[in-house]
Write a protein that binds this ligand. Structure first.
Ligand code: OGA
Ligand code: NI
Length: 415
């Protein structure tokens, strides 16, 4: 029987991700309550058959934007993928740039080391001068003698390792849900086409306290939630001390700077980087700058991987035992009118061993405007727009991690 010619208007029966909110459904497979994205599926046109007397309800754009603010498209669990002795790494993880970008092997290039006790009590201001240079020329430094209780650092490292050793189903009890990147999953996946990082994360919005979502705070290991609580509290204090010292170096009133994060948001994130037999073809975390004012990071075991961009080459960071790796984020680059730099960094993968890091991001208070302080304008005037930081965060989370893309959008001309 001859086929009837296709009618032109019938030609395409598929639409691509036309209704994003509808793209989430609950999946109760394996007895697990888990949100699963269907965005990966090609969408068919589905006729609506109204029930007598029923309303047909759909979400508008306003709700979609709110719901999806920082959400990420769920993708395969990388730890699980890596466990299954892959013959070949799925192509979505192969990143040509991982190989072509040069890695500096100049061991003499290392990020500066800053001693907090010297900053606070040192004579002559030498350490304050080194601190200023570190923030200006490197945007990264290692902080020693920081007063954070050693016991709590060891505890958070142990609990983090134990959490990631739990079976997948246990970790998935904290799986991310569509409206947020809190919980266990991935971040910055915004399209089905983009390359993926070789990493899983567990993240929480730890401040303001009123914004904490209990369902994501882990009960396994049993001490984990309490450990996180104590850890982030100490780090918040440390952040404030650093901001006060930074204000001094910038010639800005300390309150003015610390007020930018009064009741501000703090994010806690554990990065889990499984080993990969083709480690040089994948990237643990793509090059990016942080959206924070300040980020405080520790490496959990001795496996290194963090690299920072300095004069066009990647410089590996060699963490000192017990030190925090501190970096200036985009918000501080804007507030300081570019005097301090939010430096691009990325994470490499080890072929044999897993790597874990714990990052705490101090962000400005929700709802405030962030732009250069007048004290630092100099003769050249503002080099950055003043922006609503919630909007900035939306723009930051709205695409794949890509260098300093979000920051470039708020720059006024060349810096
Ligand atoms: C981050 C980050 C680097 C690392 O989480 O933003 O840059 O060493 N992590 O894990
Ligand atoms: Ni980072």
């Amino acid at each position: 029987m001859a086929m009837a010619p296709k009618k032109p208007y019938m030609k395409s029966t598929k639409v691509k991700r036309s209704v994003r909110l509808n793209s989430w459904r609950k999946n109760t497979q394996n007895g697990l309550m888990k949100w699963k994205a269907c965005r990966s599926k090609k969408w068919d046109w589905v006729p609506v058959k109204p029930l007598p007397g029923a309303f047909i309800v759909n979400f508008g754009d306003a709700i979609e934007n709110k719901a999806d603010e920082y959400g990420s498209i769920p993708v395969p669990n990388v730890q699980y993928l890596a466990m299954n002795e892959l013959k070949e790494i799925p192509s979505r993880y192969i990143q040509p740039k991982a190989e072509t970008d040069r890695v500096s092997i100049d061991e003499s290039r290392e990020i500066p080391v800053i001693d907090l006790q010297e900053l606070l009590h040192g004579q002559g201001g030498d350490q304050m001068a080194s601190f200023h240079t570190a923030c200006k020329d490197w945007g990264f430094f290692q902080l020693i003698n920081h007063d954070v209780t050693e016991g709590i650092i060891e505890k958070i490292k142990g609990d983090a390792e134990e959490f990631f050793r739990l079976p997948l189903e246990k970790k998935e009890a904290y799986a991310q849900q569509p409206e947020t990147i809190q919980g266990y999953g991935q971040a910055f996946v915004v399209s089905e086409e983009q390359k993926l990082d070789w990493r899983d994360i567990f993240s929480l919005r730890t401040f303001p306290i009123a914004e904490r979502l209990a369902k994501f705070w882990p009960t396994s290991p049993t001490s984990f939630s309490e450990t996180i609580e104590r850890y982030v509290e100490e780090l918040q204090q440390l952040n404030l001390r650093l901001l006060e010292l930074i204000a001094k170096n910038l010639g800005v009133d300390a309150d003015k700077l610390t007020n930018t994060c009064k009741n501000g948001t703090q994010w806690f994130r554990i990065n889990y980087y499984p080993p990969c037999p083709q480690a040089d073809k994948v990237i643990g975390i793509s090059p990016h700058s942080d959206a924070s004012l300040i980020t405080l990071l520790i490496q959990v075991n001795e496996v290194e991987g963090l690299q920072i961009k300095k004069n066009g080459t990647w410089v590996p960071v060699k963490p000192l035992p017990g030190a925090f790796i501190v970096n200036i984020g985009d918000a501080l680059e804007m507030l300081s009118n570019g005097v301090y730099k939010s430096i691009e960094h990325r994470g490499a993968i080890n072929p044999e061993r897993e790597r874990l890091s714990i990052a705490v991001f101090q962000l400005p208070t929700s709802g405030i405007l962030v732009g250069p302080f007048e004290e630092v304008l100099g003769n050249s005037g503002a080099k950055y727009k003043t922006v609503d930081y919630d909007e900035y965060m939306k723009s930051y989370f709205g695409t794949k991690l890509e260098g300093k893309r979000a920051l470039d959008l708020v720059k006024l001309g060349e810096i």
